[in-house]
Design a binder for this molecule. Structure first.
Ligand code: V07
Length: 254
């Protein structure tokens, strides 16, 4: 059988590493794209310059995910806590979905990428909602990578909303309390019909979940890097995939 070699350079020790030819590739990768503001500050630029550069990194990483036949890529773009930032920064960030789509939607169509979102998108500005809605509509027939943006997403909020809906369905006698189990609960989450993340990456040195996919990441492998999101590269992403290939997952068994 032909050996698939996917070479990349590890800049630290100049040693060439390969993804394992028969190694497993995570079906679902989730990423906390952290360090955009810090990247800008280091260069004497306004924080928003970091967000803009971070947007271009998204496109790079989508290409790599597609190349390795990853099925779902979930990106934490805006959390329910991010509203606490200065209004001018929030306003700028809310224009990024449209800017991203204006630049990249033709490419994403060619690459057969399907755009989805998780989170409470009803609270986003109308222009953001419309840009995202249009992209979801345009790409809904695409069968390649699912590019899933977490927009105004918070995991605790997601679970509380799920619980409210569950209670309503019990009150309406659509459900009985004894019907409630883990699998049914998952049907009430934004991630209904999406497998749990196999690999969760966070950039820029922080090592915490920050209210991202608390339920879904119960058995995820975690991978952290000090690299700031705007500097995150195809090579770094492949380093994370290589690391994942060398882990043993047991899901609680021995
Ligand atoms: C955002 C750029 C990446 C770094 C982290 C925060 C800033 C792409 C999108 C996007 C969202 C939906 C969509 C297409 C693109 C985006 C926000 C922030 C809110 F359909 N990047 N990016 N959305 N950042």
């Amino acid at each position: 059988m032909a050996k698939i070699r996917l070479p990349f350079f590890n800049k630290k020790n100049d040693k060439e590493l390969n993804l394992l030819p028969n190694g497993k590739i995570p079906e679902h990768v989730a990423i906390i794209m952290d360090g955009n503001g810090r990247w800008a500050k280091k260069r004497g630029l306004p924080r928003v310059a970091g967000h803009k550069q971070g947007m271009d990194t998204v496109k790079t990483i989508v290409k790599v995910a597609n190349k390795h036949k990853i099925k779902v890529l979930t990106l934490y773009a805006f959390s329910t806590e991010n509203w606490k930032r200065p209004k001018s920064e929030v306003d700028f960030i809310m224009k990024l979905p449209k800017e991203f789509l204006n630049t990249y939607l033709p490419d994403l169509m060619k690459e057969n990428v399907q755009i989805r979102t998780i989170g409470d998108d009803g609270q986003l500005p109308q222009h953001t909602i419309e840009a995202v809605k249009y992209a979801k509509e345009r790409t809904k027939g695409n069968t390649g990578l699912i590019l899933n943006f977490a927009l105004n997403y918070g995991s605790r909020y997601e679970m509380v909303e799920a619980m409210k809906q569950l209670v309503m369905d019990v009150e309406d006698q659509k459900l009985q309390i004894d019907d409630i189990n883990e699998s049914l609960f998952e049907d009430y989450l934004y991630t209904k019909n999406i497998s749990d993340p196999d690999l969760l990456i966070r950039t820029s040195g922080e090592q915490r979940l920050s209210n991202f996919l608390l339920w879904q990441a119960a058995y995820s492998e975690f991978w952290f890097t000090d690299v700031l999101w705007p500097d995150f590269s195809a090579e770094k992403f492949e380093e994370a995939l290589f690391d994942y290939q060398n882990r043993k997952r047991r899901f609680g068994s021995i």
